[in-house]
Design a protein around this ligand. Structure first.
Ligand code: FAD
Length: 387
C-alpha cells in the first residue's frame, strides 16, 4: 500500500470558507517561513464558475475586496404599509462576485509553494488518530496534524431553514432604485408557519437580483418559487416581461443550538463553514463570519502551533441567536412586525453591528429595548431552561 502523503493542514472543501483559509495559510507561510504549514485543499469541482452572490455589511477590508462588485449605503425593510429605510455612511452593504472570489483565491494559491489546491478529488473517509488525521480520497490517502472540514452535512430534521430562490433579471424600462437594497419586503399573506419575504439587490435601474426567501421547516418546490417571483415582479414593479440572466437557490440551516467547537468530536478535526458554527443562525449570513474565523484560526495556528478551534462568535451572541430562532419558530406571524421594529427602533449602525456580531454592550441594550419585552423575556427564560 502507498504511504499517505503528509501535510500539516488538510482543508476539506475549496468553497468560500476553504479558500479563505487557504488564503490566510499561504499569506502566513510566506511571512513566517520557519513556522510554515504545508497545506492541501481538497475540492471535488474540477473548475470554478460563478455560483453565488455573497452580501454582507463591510466593517473592514478583506483579502477578497477586489471581488466586491457593488456597494450600497441604503437599505429598506417593509411590512404591511410601512417601509423603513436605513442608511450608513461608514458601513456599506456589499456584494461579492463568487467567480472573482474563486479567481483571486486560485491565483494566490498558484503563487504559493506551501498551499496546494487539489481539484476534482473528494474526501470519502476521515479517521482521527492520536496525533494525526487520515483522509481517504478518491485516488489517494493523505494525513495531517489538523483537518479543517468545510464539507456540507445533512441538516437534522426539525431545523428551521432559510430557503430561497433568486433571479438576476434585466428589464426594458427603469424599475429599480439602484441606491437602495430591499433587505426584507414581507409578503402580505404568508402560509401559516412560514416567514416569507422578498430581497432585491438593485445593480442599476434595469438590472437586479430578486429573491423569494422563506424561513420554515420545509423547502419549497421550484414551481412555488417561480410563481412567487413572477407575481412579485408583476405586482410590485408592474413588470410584464423581463430577461433572466442567472438563477441561484440555496438552503441555509438556522439551528437553535449551533455546534460548540469546544465540544467537537475530535480535537484535530475542526468543522467550519455553513454547516458548522460559522453561520450566524438567526440571519443565515455566513460570508463575513467565515472570513473573520478563517483569519483568526490561522493566526492562532501560527501563534501556538497546535489544534485550537476558534469559535465564530461569543457565547452571548450565540445565546441571542438561539432566543431569536425560538421566537421565529414559535411566532412566525409576528416576524415581519418584529423585524420592522428592530430596523425602525435601533439606530442603523448599532443594528448593523449587532447583525454582524460586532455589537457593543449598548447595542445589545438598544436591540432588547426595541423588541416586545415580555415575549422575549419569556423566550429567553424558555431558552435558558432548554439549553
Ligand atoms: C445561493 C447562495 C447565496 C448565499 N448568499 C449569501 C450571502 O449573501 N451572504 C452570506 O453571508 N452568506 C450567503 N450564503 C451562505 C454561505 O455564505 C454560502 O453557502 C457559502 O458558500 C458557505 O461557504 P462554505 O465554505 O461553508 O461552503 P461551500 O462554499 O459550499 O464550500 C463547501 C465545499 O465543500 C466541497 N465538498 C463537498 N463534498 C466534499 C468532499 N467529499 N470532499 C471535499 N470537499 C467536498 C464542495 O464542493 C464545496 O466547494 C449563500 C448561500 C447560497 C447557497
Amino acid at each position: 500500500m502507498n504511504r499517505a502523503e503528509d501535510f500539516d493542514v488538510v482543508v476539506l472543501g475549496g468553497g468560500m470558507t476553504g479558500l479563505a483559509l487557504a488564503h490566510h495559510l499561504a499569506e502566513q507561510n510566506a511571512m513566517q517561513p520557519a513556522k510554515q504549514q504545508q497545506t492541501l485543499v481538497i475540492e471535488p469541482r474540477s473548475s470554478y464558475v460563478r455560483d453565488k452572490t455573497w452580501c454582507y455589511w463591510q466593517h473592514e477590508s478583506s483579502p477578497f475586496d477586489a471581488a466586491i462588485s457593488h456597494r450600497w449605503h441604503r437599505w429598506s425593510v417593509s411590512y404591511g404599509d410601512h417601509t423603513h429605510v436605513g442608511c450608513s455612511r461608514t458601513t456599506p452593504y456589499v456584494r461579492v462576485d463568487s467567480a472573482k472570489y474563486y479567481t483571486i483565491a486560485q491565483q494566490q494559491i498558484a503563487a504559493s509553494n506551501s498551499v496546494t489546491l487539489r481539484l476534482g478529488d473528494h474526501a470519502s473517509e476521515v479517521c482521527a488518530g492520536p496525533d494525526h488525521v487520515q483522509v481517504t480520497c478518491k485516488a489517494s490517502t493523505v494525513q495531517a496534524k489538523q483537518v479543517i472540514d468545510t464539507r456540507p452535512t445533512a441538516i437534522p430534521a426539525g431545523t428551521l431553514l432559510q430557503h430561497f430562490c433568486g433571479w438576476e433579471i434585466t428589464t426594458d424600462t427603469d424599475v429599480f432604485d439602484p441606491t437602495t437594497v430591499t433587505l426584507m419586503d414581507f409578503a402580505s399573506h404568508p402560509a401559516s408557519g412560514d416567514i416569507h419575504f422578498f430581497y432585491v439587490l438593485p445593480f442599476s435601474p434595469r438590472h437586479a437580483l430578486v429573491e423569494t426567501t422563506h424561513f420554515s421547516l420545509q423547502v419549497a418546490n421550484e414551481d412555488r418559487y417561480t410563481q412567487e417571483l413572477q407575481s412579485y415582479l408583476q405586482n410590485r414593479f408592474e413588470l410584464k416581461q423581463w430577461q433572466i440572466k442567472h438563477r441561484e437557490q440555496g438552503v441555509i440551516p438556522m439551528p437553535k443550538q449551533t455546534l460548540d467547537l469546544a465540544r467537537r468530536r475530535h480535537a484535530n478535526i475542526i468543522p467550519m463553514g455553513l454547516h458548522s458554527d460559522t453561520t450566524k443562525a438567526s440571519t443565515g449570513y455566513c460570508y463575513p463570519h467565515a472570513q473573520r474565523q478563517a483569519s483568526r484560526h490561522v493566526a492562532a495556528l501560527f501563534a501556538r502551533q497546535n489544534a485550537q478551534a476558534v469559535p465564530a462568535r461569543s457565547k452571548l451572541s450565540r445565546w441571542f441567536d438561539g432566543v431569536f430562532i425560538d421566537f421565529l419558530e414559535q411566532h412566525p406571524e409576528l416576524a415581519g412586525e418584529v423585524f420592522l421594529r428592530l430596523f425602525t427602533g435601533v439606530p442603523t449602525d448599532a443594528l448593523v453591528r449587532f447583525l454582524s456580531d460586532r455589537a457593543r454592550p449598548d447595542d445589545y441594550l438598544r436591540v432588547m429595548t426595541a423588541l416586545p419585552k415580555w415575549l422575549f423575556i419569556r423566550l429567553a427564560y424558555q431558552h435558558a431552561v432548554s439549553a
